[in-house]
Ligand binder design. Structure first.
Ligand SMILES: [Zn+2]
Length: 115
């Protein structure tokens, strides 16, 4: 390991310890005490915390985006990927000028399972 890498890891450990302290203070004392030490740790936390939250949100959004991708449908029963589609007349998605757009049902060609 290079000297630089060791320094970075040391820094990360220090940041981690600071975050632990801030989280501990936050859960124990609702009113933060305005000592110089406390304000410096608080500012360090405010720069680290929101970005971590944003990363988490972006990850969650990616997870949500994956399932509706067409053509990636997999049968929950047999794992088959060939489906025939049928309009589900009881499930109107959208109606405009007398034209109805129905939800689609996907029926597995291998086992007939509807998913
Ligand atoms: Zn199937």
């Amino acid at each position: 390991m290079s000297e630089f890498e060791e320094k970075v890891i040391e820094m990360l450990k220090k940041i981690d310890q600071k975050l632990d302290k801030v989280l501990e203070m936050g859960s124990k004392a609702p009113a933060p005490q305005p000592t110089p030490a406390a304000t410096s740790t608080a500012s360090a936390a405010s720069t680290v915390k929101p970005s971590a939250l944003v990363e988490k949100q972006e990850e969650e959004e990616k997870m949500k985006e994956k399932p509706p991708v067409e053509g990636r449908r997999v049968c929950t029963k047999c794992g088959g990927t060939a489906f025939k589609t049928e309009e589900d007349k009881s499930n109107v998605l959208h109606q405009m000028g007398g034209i109805k757009i129905y939800a689609k049902r996907y029926i597995c060609k291998s086992c007939g399972n509807e998913s």
